[in-house]
Design a protein around this ligand. Structure first.
Ligand code: CU
Length: 240
């Protein structure tokens, strides 16, 4: 079993902060102009290499119309993105945003969605078969029931945490909603890169979530005002 201490983190993380020209840019900003906003902010950018996806066989159920034909489209394993976010709590924007996760090609699209607490997420069905989105996660437990093509149902996520989504009809379907207490977050792109602008300058704890991690990775970064801090994490090299 791996030690989850600072030493373990150091082996998997390569962190560099570039403060070049940072404080000069900070001085050019108007302090306090945003009414409670931090006087200066920077960007956290970097890359998270995620482990290879696990191949999951699609199970074919014949309970619902169109099931057989559609199930053939599912032979691809889902590659789950990572979520990177700033641990500092930041007030939710108003009005509350609406998120969207589609049922498409018998998968959740996107398979990973990061949102801020209070966000309502719509789940439109873009397939020609029924879906039944549900969650047994304690963060948000729900069952949307089965619904047909082009119908959508929604859920408001009122507690921080991770919600693991499933479909009652298609057992292979999996998705994640990461509910955060901050508006400063990013979901990694296909190449693993990410960018979080508008991060308050100073020492920040940056967390990395991925479905294969038993717990989040947290690293401290110095975010220079008007500059960039970079974070590079290789989860693929750790063997999951
Ligand atoms: Cu489904």
């Amino acid at each position: 079993m791996r030690t989850r201490g600072v030493a373990a983190l150091a082996s998997g993380l390569a962190v560099a902060a570039f403060a070049a020209a940072g404080w000069i840019a900070a001085r050019a900003q108007e302090p306090g102009a945003g009414g409670g906003r931090p006087a200066a902010s920077g960007t956290v950018r970097g890359r998270v290499q995620v482990p290879a996806p696990t191949k999951k066989k699609a199970r074919v159920s014949v309970r619902y119309p169109g099931e057989r034909g559609a199930a053939q489209k599912t032979d691809q394993p889902t590659q789950f993105a990572a979520v990177v976010y700033i641990r500092e709590k930041l007030p939710a924007p108003t009005p509350a945003p609406v998120g969207r996760m589609e049922n498409k090609g018998l998968t959740f699209v996107p398979a990973v969605l990061a949102i801020q607490v209070g966000t309502t997420v719509e789940f439109p069905n873009r397939d020609d078969v029924y879906h039944n989105v549900l969650s047994y996660s304690s963060t948000k437990r729900f069952d949307l029931g089965r619904y047909p093509t082009d119908e959508k149902r929604s859920v408001t996520f009122d507690k921080p945490g991770v919600v693991r989504l499933a479909c009652e009809i298609h057992e292979h379907m999996r998705g994640y909603i990461v509910v955060l207490e901050t508006s400063r977050f990013a979901v990694t792109r296909e190449d693993g890169t990410f960018e979080i602008p508008g991060v308050p300058a100073g020492r920040q704890r940056v967390a990395v979530w991925h479905e294969k991690l038993s717990e989040e990775r947290v690293e401290e970064l110095e975010v220079p005002a008007g500059g960039e801090a970079t974070l590079s994490v290789n989860l693929a090299a750790e063997g999951g």
